[in-house]
Design a protein around this ligand. Structure first.
Ligand code: HEC
Length: 92
């Protein structure tokens, strides 16, 4: 192996390393996103036991009542329940 091809290999290797670290840091950013949106939480948690109920079939006040019951059924944290309720109220 002459000196030129060693340099070439080193350049290629460092490009590969750069590329891999760039990719993995993007990936970990996705994982550390602090919270899911109300829509995501609703999609994840609210069709376990029954189909999604049409969002526009309840008023804001009715969604409050529904969420008091369903929060317990779906075993949601206060923050998640709040996010889902807020989403439901903006989409009804
Ligand atoms: C552990 C099971 C379970 C989960 C999870 C769950 N539900 Fe329910 N849900 C039920 C049961 C049981 C009923 C009452 C029986 C019925 O009406 O089908 C119900 C009824 C409802 C009703 C209708 C109330 C009525 O009087 O007809 C709505 C609306 C509803 N759920 C919304 C939700 C939402 C929003 C979520 C997510 C936060 C959720 N549910 C998660 C079990 C669940």
């Amino acid at each position: 192996m002459n000196q030129y091809s060693m340099i070439k290999n080193a350049v290629i290797l460092s490009l590969v390393i750069l590329f891999t670290t760039a990719c993995s840091s993007t990936g970990s950013q996705e994982h550390t996103q602090p919270t899911k949106t109300g829509l995501q939480l609703w999609a994840d948690n609210c069709s376990f036991c029954h189909n999604h109920r049409a969002i526009d079939s309840y008023s804001d006040a009715e969604w409050d009542v529904v969420m008091m019951h369903m929060r317990i059924r779906a075993n949601l944290t206060a923050n998640d329940a709040r996010a889902i309720t807020e989403y439901l109220k903006t989409a009804n």
